[in-house]
Design a protein around this ligand. Structure first.
Ligand code: IMP
Ligand code: MG
Length: 174
C-alpha cells in the first residue's frame, strides 16, 4: 500500500481555508471554476462547496502523463470549455503544479479570451520540478519531489479514489 503523505483530515481543513480565501477575494462577484480533468475532479467538488459565492463549473482536458510518471514535455487541449470566458472571474482548478508546462499553456490560452480575472488554484505544488516560471494563486500544500496518488491523482489511472494523498513507491499500480 502507498504511504500516506497528507491525510483526508488535513486535506479537508486546507480546502476549507482555500474556499474561504477565494470567497473573500471575490466577495460580491461570481466565479467560474474550470477543472482540469480528471485529476482535479475531487478537489473541485470539495473546493466548490467551500466557496460562498455564485459559481459555475466547467471542465477541460489536456494530454496527460498517460501510463508514465514523466511528462511528455508538450501539452495539448483535448477538451475545451463550453462557453466564453470574457468578463468572467476564472479560477483554473488543478490537482498539482509540477513542471508548470500544463498551467503555463492553459493560462496563455485563456488569457487570450479576456477573462476579468484568471487565477490558479492548485491542491499540490512541487516547486523543485518547475520548468516554467509559474505560481498558483491558491496552493493547498507544497510537497517534496515524490510521485503522489490519491484524492484524484493517479498512476496509470489507478488510485484516484484513495481518500488520502499517498506517496507511490516504484512498485507500480496495485
Ligand atoms: P505539469 O505540467 O508538469 O505541471 O504537470 C501537471 C500534471 O502532471 C498534473 O495535472 C498531473 O496530472 C501530473 N502529475 C504531476 N506530478 C504528479 C504526481 O506526483 N502524481 C500524479 N500526477 C502527477
Ligand atoms: Mg492532471
Amino acid at each position: 500500500m502507498p504511504k500516506v503523505l497528507i491525510t483526508r483530515e488535513q486535506i479537508a481543513t486546507r480546502v476549507t481555508e482555500m474556499g474561504q480565501e477565494i470567497s473573500r477575494d471575490f466577495a460580491g462577484q461570481s466565479v467560474m471554476l474550470i477543472g482540469v480533468l480528471k485529476g482535479a475532479c475531487l478537489f473541485l467538488s470539495d473546493l466548490a462547496r467551500q466557496i460562498e459565492l455564485d459559481a459555475t463549473f466547467d471542465f477541460i482536458a489536456v494530454s496527460s502523463y498517460g501510463a508514465a510518471k514523466q511528462s511528455a514535455g508538450e501539452v495539448q487541449l483535448i477538451k475545451d470549455v463550453t462557453g466564453p470566458l470574457q468578463n468572467q472571474n476564472v479560477i483554473l482548478v488543478e490537482d498539482i503544479l509540477d513542471t508548470g508546462l500544463t498551467l503555463s499553456f492553459l493560462t496563455k490560452l485563456f488569457e487570450a479570451r479576456q477573462p476579468r480575472a484568471l487565477k490558479i488554484a492548485a491542491l499540490l505544488d512541487k516547486p523543485s520540478r518547475r520548468q516554467r516560471p509559474i505560481e498558483a494563486d491558491y496552493i493547498g500544500f507544497k510537497i517534496p519531489d515524490e510521485f503522489v496518488v490519491g484524492y484524484g491523482l493517479d498512476y496509470a489511472e489507478h488510485y484516484r479514489n484513495l481518500a488520502d494523498i499517498c506517496i507511490l513507491d516504484n512498485a507500480g499500480p496495485k
